[in-house]
Design a binder for this molecule. Structure first.
Ligand code: FAD
Length: 319
């Protein structure tokens, strides 16, 4: 079976969960092979984790010529590995659907002359994908028919599957062009660590809207009890209560967690666009006519400032 390349998403060698989800998809399409761009010592450590989730091979690429630049060198890394893998090339190349992942995928598609599908929420065994588009109003089934299918997949679209792969590490030497190194990173803003999971990849998201009145303590308390990420509606962001990076919706992030808890959020179409593919949706709203209740699995009509602390206390009691 041909290899399916999975670009590893990691922070200093610590592999992030969406990569394991891609490996589960890769197993359906061929032989999973991870592409780890980072130092050799970190590659060895990551290879053990990647093997645990099914990677048969780990291409370890030194990052001396990649670190410090924007995304173009990473596209060249994938291009060179794809071109080295025989005349037919890999069966597919899978990348996490982040802003960076999608830019790498776009550049790679041009370089390989391949078709590209972004933001897939499901990939079938025959390589056909499912996307949720136009604010979730349409579901598109599509398949790449030209070249090596390049697919970016949204976090939480597949469950990671433990199942030992060989995890054989192969050092892969790359030559990065000067053109790819034209855009160099001269300064970066380190993310402020909140101690909570990353919003786009969290399994549980607890979000708050205008109904919080600007007091997010009950929302944050429930999020911390559940080990969840905190999100917000645009009304809450526009009021300056939360940063834009936490906004969910058409002009914010799209999340697809196992559990989404919307608090004091009316359920406007633009908010739904960012959360309606969540597996289970719960809402707390004091207005029983609120449109959010049209799409929930469980709804609580009540004041979030009393419902959430009671739920949080109950969860803490059961821990
Ligand atoms: P509201 O609609 O004001 O709802 C507040 C809710 O809180 C009400 O249902 C109320 O009953 C309830 N409530 C009040 N007090 C309590 C309480 N104590 N306990 C429980 N419930 C209470 N919105 C987004 O969220 N994300 C986007 O990306 C986005 N993009 C947009 C793009 C465009 C082009 C446009 C035009 C709009 C966009 N919006 C977006 C805005 C969207 O239309 C809504 O205005 C917004 O989602 C409303 O936020 P909200 O639900 O928090 O506030």
């Amino acid at each position: 079976m041909s290899e399916v390349l999975v670009l590893v998403d990691h922070v200093d060698g610590a592999v992030r969960k969406p990569t394991y989800e891609l490996l589960a998809i890769a197993k359906k399409l061929g032989t999973p092979a991870a592409v780890f761009i980072g130092g050799a010592d970190k590659a060895e450590g990551a290879a053990a984790d990647l093997a645990k989730f099914g990677a048969e091979k780990v291409y370890a690429v030194d990052d001396a010529e990649v670190k410090g630049y924007l995304v173009a060198p990473k596209a060249e890394v994938l291009q060179q590995i794809a071109e080295a893998s025989g005349s037919e090339g890999p069966a597919a190349i899978l990348i996490v659907s982040s802003a960076e992942g999608k830019e790498i995928a776009g550049r790679l598609a041009i370089k390989l002359g391949s078709g590209l599908i972004t933001d897939a929420v499901d990939v079938a065994e025959d390589g056909s994908t499912t996307q949720s588009v136009f604010a979730g109003n349409y579901t598109v089934k599509a398949k790449v028919t030209t070249g090596t299918p390049i697919i970016t997949v949204k976090p939480n679209s597949a469950a990671p599957e433990e199942g030992a792969g060989a995890g054989t590490v192969e050092q892969f030497a790359v030559t990065i062009s000067d053109a790819a190194k034209a855009a160099r990173i001269v300064a970066s803003n380190p993310r402020q660590a909140s101690g909570r999971p990353e919003l786009a990849e969290a399994a549980i998201v607890v979000s708050g809207g205008r109904g919080t009145g600007g007091d997010f303590s009950a929302v944050e308390g429930l999020a911390d009890a559940l080990g969840a990420a905190v999100g917000a509606s645009r009304a809450a962001v526009d009021s300056g209560w939360q940063p834009h990076s936490l906004q969910i919706g058409q002009t914010g992030k799209t999340v697809s967690p196992q559990l989404y808890v919307a608090n004091g959020i009316s359920g406007a179409i633009q908010h739904r666009a960012g959360m309606q593919t969540s597996k289970t949706i719960v809402a707390v709203n004091k207005d029983e006519e609120a449109p959010i209740f049209e799409l929930v699995d469980f709804g609580v009509v009540g004041d979030l400032h009393s419902v959430l602390p009671a739920a949080t206390a109950e969860i803490e009691k059961r821990k």
